[in-house]
Design a protein around this ligand. Structure first.
Ligand SMILES: [Zn+2]
Length: 302
């Protein structure tokens, strides 16, 4: 899918702070974000979620931190060019009532398209607790996918992908996204876990690709799971002060001068082709799966 010759590329995993690290007003103008979108020759669309000031505030007090965090994301979405930036809303299972209210307000009235990033490991909860199941059921009523953090490395027991798949199993009507499932050291585990889930009849799981230069993971994922199960989620993060690094940079924010490939959409699409993706596969992963998953038909600036 192209607009004015530019490939439409939707990334569902972008972190931008809505407040300053000191937790005052945001310390950069929206132009700092727009500039990154426009610097790429292709047509970038982002689904954004909270960054560190918000993550800390939610962890300290979920009941009040959630609204504070989601308001900051909402301001970013409102200020961004129409159809280019969509919101992902924060929830926490220690505040189920408030989480339901956030889903209603931001996912319902204010047009956010995802619940996430759900950071069980960082905020100290399991992704498949009874409270999470209740939240997932509520999100499903509004058709909102839930983006669950799955460890990319250093967690050999696979607890997060196990909890993510169990959540998918317990709430089959919910759309569950395994965040950055592909790219890190746990990629084989994630691919195999998803393959078994699909073989058992599971239909409500999608996997994000973080590091597109890991061609062997991509090839295995496309062959074993199918391109229709994969979306782009690079975990790009506006961590320091602007100017922000270009899109396509390797997480966690490699020095742009040390990148092994040009940081842009065209590189990432090229890696998909090198991994054996057909043009149709590339198009699915670049945008078509996400348009369907996040209900973006008619909402993109194309
Ligand atoms: Zn993330």
């Amino acid at each position: 899918m192209r607009v004015d010759g530019r490939r439409v590329w939707i990334d569902s995993h972008i972190h931008i702070r809505g407040y300053s690290p000191e937790r005052g007003p945001r310390d950069f103008p929206i132009e700092a974000v727009t500039e990154v979108l426009e610097r790429d020759p292709d047509h970038l669309v982002w689904v954004i979620s909270h960054s560190f000031p918000e993550t800390n505030a939610i962890t300290e007090d979920p009941a009040t931190g959630l609204r504070w965090s989601n308001e900051g994301q909402y301001r970013l979405v409102q200020e961004a060019p129409p159809g280019r930036v969509f919101g992902s809303l924060a929830i926490h299972p220690d505040a189920v009532k408030e989480s339901r209210e956030e889903i209603d307000l931001f996912g319902g009235e204010r047009g956010f398209v995802q619940v996430g990033e759900i950071l069980g490991y960082a905020m100290g909860f399991a992704l498949d607790s009874p409270e999470m199941i209740e939240i997932a059921k509520h999100a499903a009523e509004l058709g909102l996918p839930l983006q669950c953090h799955c460890s990319t490395s250093g967690q050999p027991f696979g607890n997060q992908i196990r909890q993510t798949i169990r959540l998918a199993q317990e709430v089959p009507e919910a759309k569950i996204i395994a965040a950055h499932a592909l790219g890190g050291g746990n990629s084989w585990m994630h691919i195999t876990a998803a393959e078994v889930y699909f073989a058992m009849g599971g239909e409500n799981l999608w996997l994000e690709i973080r590091d597109f230069n890991t061609r062997e993971y991509l090839r295995a994922a496309v062959e074993r799971l199918g391109a229709e199960r994969l979306i782009a989620g690079t975990d790009w993060i506006a961590r320091d002060d602007p100017p922000f690094p270009p899109y396509g940079i390797l997480f966690p924010e490699t020095d742009v001068n040390e990148m092994p490939y040009p940081s842009c959409v065209a590189s990432l699409a090229g890696f998909l082709r090198e991994a054996g993706c057909t043009e149709e596969d590339v198009d699915r992963i670049a945008c078509r799966n996400s348009i369907e998953l996040f209900g973006l038909e008619g909402r993109l600036a194309v």
